[in-house]
Structures are given as structure tokens and as C-alpha cells.
Design a protein around this ligand. Sequence first.
Ligand SMILES: [Zn+2]
Ligand SMILES: [Zn+2]
Ligand SMILES: [Zn+2]
Length: 688
Amino acid sequence: MARPTLDGLGEELLVNLMTKVSLTCRQGDALFDAGRFDAAEAKYFQEAFEIVGSGLALPTTAGDPTGGVICDLYVGLNLWKRANLMGCCVGIAKCLRRKNDIEMALAWCDEVNVLYRCGFHQLPQPIYDWIDWTPDIPELTLLKSTALCVASEILAELGNSGTATTRRWNAHKTTKNLPMHHQTTLLHGVLNRALRNKMLELRHPDPHAPLGTGPLVPGLQVRGSWARLNVAKMGGVTDGREAFACFIWNSHLYVAGGRTSSTGPFHRDMWKLNLNAPEQWHRLPGYPVTLGASGRFIGWTMLVRESNSTVLLFTGRPTIDVFDLTSETWSSAPLHTTYTPTAADVEAGITDGWPWPGKVSCDATVMFSASQNTVYVFGGSHARSIMGCDLFMALDLATLRWRRLSGSVRAPRVANNGCPSPRKNAGGWASPDGARVYLLFGHFDREAASVYNELHGAGEAFGHEDFWSWGVKEEKWRRERIAGNPPCARTELAYVYNEKLQRAIVFGGYHPTLPTYVLNTTTGRDTQFNYSYFGDTFLYDVAPSPSPDHATPTSRAPKWAQVLTAGFPTYRCQAQFAVDSTTGKTYMFGGWTNNQYIPTHTQMMSRSFGDVWELRVDLPGGNFEGVDVEEEGRVARAGPWQRCWACAAAGPWKKCGGTCKGRVFFCGTACFREGWAEHKRAHKCRKA
Ligand SMILES: [Zn+2]
Ligand SMILES: [Zn+2]
Ligand SMILES: [Zn+2]
């Protein structure tokens, strides 16, 4: 709506007046505050449908063609109607939370986020997600923040500390630079600085969080277990790898290339480990192409083609290298792919006849759809962009021809709302039926921009918070809702689609701008990291089968669930998942972490991991049968920390010195005295 130009005071008066007239949701708030919760809920619903009409189901649910983030009806709402509808959504979320309908309460909080996001589509020119556009209506600011903080409280109760903390941090970030008339007592009560600072001390998962062994919230939580494989002999990749390629074939885990640390050594080798008898890594022929011809073997992806027992290596060159898994040799007949740019492709910056400048691509999201016989490549960096691009290409393996589906060679000056913005190290997978290709999070390296004279530079990287899917038939992107109990924004995450579980799985990664505070109880000095590393695990279910006692509209919709595990691998980025298609088991290997982020005695700034883990989840086919949940709760390591056998607290505890050879740990003499008798009995330990 057009607002007359007035001086500051006049404008404020007008805003106050409009607030009173337009925000009928406040009638619901009055009922809520009077304790008349059913009447409040009814009022919120009535006012909400007054705005959207009867044609729209509220809350709109994820997944179906109308269930994306962008809703034409919402884009068409003026700011006051938008604020009023947000008020109704927040009110309904609060009412449902009181009734313990957690999933629906979260869906209504997300509806506020969607309403806010749709506002961006009213701007005369699309803007990138890293620009936070806030209309000058304090009520709208308050409602947006309230929805984030209500969701944060619910997620914290669910034990999803990463997403809970990110939501509360985002509420702070989106409001901190707004003018004084937004900074109301009410807003600051919602933002709750003390709670925010407390939450920023958490790790995700937090080793001190109580181990929920009680009943889970169906649909939002799944029990799981991380088990480390005991590779007896050192050597090969056991000294740690980052930015490597990784896959599983015939129950063997393969790792190729990458580096030991950011300063090297840089590898071009290949190794395999028998997952059924993981005694040692075996060396295979290294990558035969010269460094001069291919560049470093960093941030590349290898894709298994079960149909002919080969694996493909995409490097950004027209030649796709092929490794024959049966003969264990690099094929002398690699795939020679071709590409002919269209006029639109040239317009998109493909000027030298090949999509990736310098014929290199790294940190792209490379996905294989077996049912479409197609390789999809999104984003990544190349010779003319180190920040990450939004180029989306498809290679038809039948014709060996590339085609550009969306995006440009370099990040355009003006954003495009219709496709994911530029990024690298995103997660992604093709749905098994070949109908959709998913893209999750990743980051745009704005810090690196100035070095290479690229657009959109800034002092810090931007961590994408979005989730997209590409409709293969309609050739269109849809920005997806992130429903359920989801992971927070992150990049360099481990991801895979497990066909046996029918779930995508996500683990770890890092958030480039979510701070972590570390209180040192010995020195009394605090350290603040401007980033966070994660060790949490999530599943994405695209077609949940709703339980009969849960008839809400969200129960059938695609959604995320957190996997709750007593132990977990140390917080890290660049780890990789792979699924053994023979057994359906999910394995994770490698990655790295900043050493200051975890307790350590070394002087090195970072360390990479060479460990192999199996993730077991309590779902059909999840290999959970052998897991002793109670025992795990007392012995499983919480990231870098041991767990005390007696009290289950996590910390740098001492091993039991008995004949058990350190099967359990104790946090101190009190717990040792208390737990010794039981440990003796349970593990047949004797004083050594
Ligand atoms: Zn990293
Ligand atoms: Zn203890
Ligand atoms: Zn012992």
C-alpha cells in the first residue's frame, strides 16, 4: 500500500493507527492472555481465513506442488495483511504448543517464516538471501522474531540444540540493526539475550545434554547409534582426509584423492577397505591424469554405476574418468562428453564453449540419477569463481551430451528468485524415481570475493538456509519448506540418500556465522568462535506414512526428523556418507575440524579424520537390532569426550585401569567407587 510522506512523528502516529485497525489478530491475543485458549485459537483461525479466503489450506504443507515457500497469494498480500496473518499464525502456534501438538505448532511457526520470505518477492528487484530486508513496521519485526523464538523453544525441548540456537540467533541478527522504534521492551523480552548467550555455549549435540531414553516424538525423532569401525592396521587414509572422493561398491569403502590438511600433502591415490572385515586399507592404482592436465584432486565427486561396475570421476573437464571396479584399473576408454552452448547459455556467461572456466570444477554438488541415467552438477567453484556459482548442468549418459538447466557461470549482480543462489559444498540427491533433484544448504564464500575481484564480497561467508528441489519433468525449481524437526543451515555437510531406508541422511558440517562461546572454567577466560561445527544427524522423509492417531495435515507431508544417538563422531565438516547397496548400511568417513573447537593437546590449527563409522537407525532396514541403548548411554563417546560409566556425564575422563582395558571411563573417584561393583559384574573387569 502507498503511504503518504510525513515527517518522522507523523509517520509513527500513522503506523500506530494502522496497527490498531489492521491487526485483528490482537483480539485473539486478548483471549489468549485471559486464559481462554480455545476461544483464542478459534479467533486466530477465523481471522486467518478472513485474509486468505477458503481456497487455501492453512498451514500450507510441504511437498505438494503448492507447498513450496513461494505462494502467490502471500506474495500479493499488503504489509498489514501480512503482519495480521503472521499474528494469527504465531497465536495458533502458541495454542497448539499448549496442547502439545508439537509438529503442527512448528508448522505454524514456519508459516510466519514463509510469509516473511514471500514479502521479498514484492520488491521491485529480487535480492539475494544474504541481504535481510525488513519492512519498517515494528509489529512485523516482533511477530517474525516471536515465531523464530517459539520455534526455538520447541526445538530445544526436542533436543535439537543446533536448530534451536540458530533460530534464536537469527531473531537477534534480523533485529539488531533496526532503528530504535523497533527495539521495544516486548521485542527484547522475546529475544531474551541471557537465554541466547546461554544457548551459544552449547555444542550440537551438546555432550552435557541429558540422554533422552524416554519415548520419542513420532515423526520428529528416531533413535540411532553411531558405531566406529575398528580398523586394526594404520596406513592408507587412517591419518585423515578432507576434500576427498568416496563411495561404496560390493561392501568395500573407497577413498580417493583429497588432502591431509589445507597445506597438504595433496593426494591422487585411491584406497579400499573391506567393510565386512575392516583390518586394513588396501592401495589401488592412483589417478593417472597428470596434475598439469587436471589440477589438484580436491573437492571432486565419484559416482558408482552399478549397471556396468564402474565409477565415474567428474573433474570439470570434458573427459569423465572411469575406474573399472572389477579389474581395479583406470579405464583407457574414458567418457568423452560434448556440449554446445545455446544463445541463452552464452548470455549466462558460457563464453568459451565449455561451462566450467579453466575446465575445473570443485566443491560442486554432483548427483547421479540411475533411473534418468543422468549426472546433475550444481554450483561449486571454477577458474572464474572461487565463491561458488549457481550453474546447474545435466549430463545424459546415453548421449554423453551436457545441457544447462539453470544458472550462470558467475553470480549475477541481480538475484534470481526462481533458482537456488550461488553456492558450493551444498548437500544434494536425486530421488530414486528420478522425478526430483534436491539441493540443501551449502555456502557462498563472500570472504573470498575480493581476492578474485568477484561481485558480492563481504567480511564473512554466507551460510545458505534454504532447501530446493528441481522438477525433472517440468524443468523448474521449487524452494521447499523445511518441515518437521530439521537440521539448521550448514555447509560441507555429509549427505546421502539411502534407498533401503527411503530417507536422505545428513550429518555434521559447519555454520560459517553461528557463534560458539566456550567458557574455560580453569582460566576463567571465554573464547568466542564466530562459527560452529556440528556432530548431529538428521533424516529426510519425502513420503511419511502417517500414524492413524495423527491425522494432522503435516503428518503426511515430507519432513525432517532428528536421529538421537548417545554417542557421535566429533564435530566436523567435509565428512562423507556412502551407502552399501548390498546391505543397505550407511557409513561415514573422514572430514576435519578446527582444533581449537575441541579439547586437544596438539599445537596444530586443525586436524583431519581417518575414522570410519556406521550409522544405525531404529527403522526397518536400519540395522538397529544389535544396539544396546542402555549400555550405549553409559559408554558411547560424545564427540571428543568420554562418558562416565556411573553418571553418564561427558568429559575428558580417565579410563578404567582394570582388566577391561578401558572399556569404560569414570569422571572421578566418587563415581569410580559408586560404579565399580556394577562395572565389575557387567564387564567382568578385575583390578589389574
Ligand atoms: Zn570446512
Ligand atoms: Zn561420573
Ligand atoms: Zn574396567
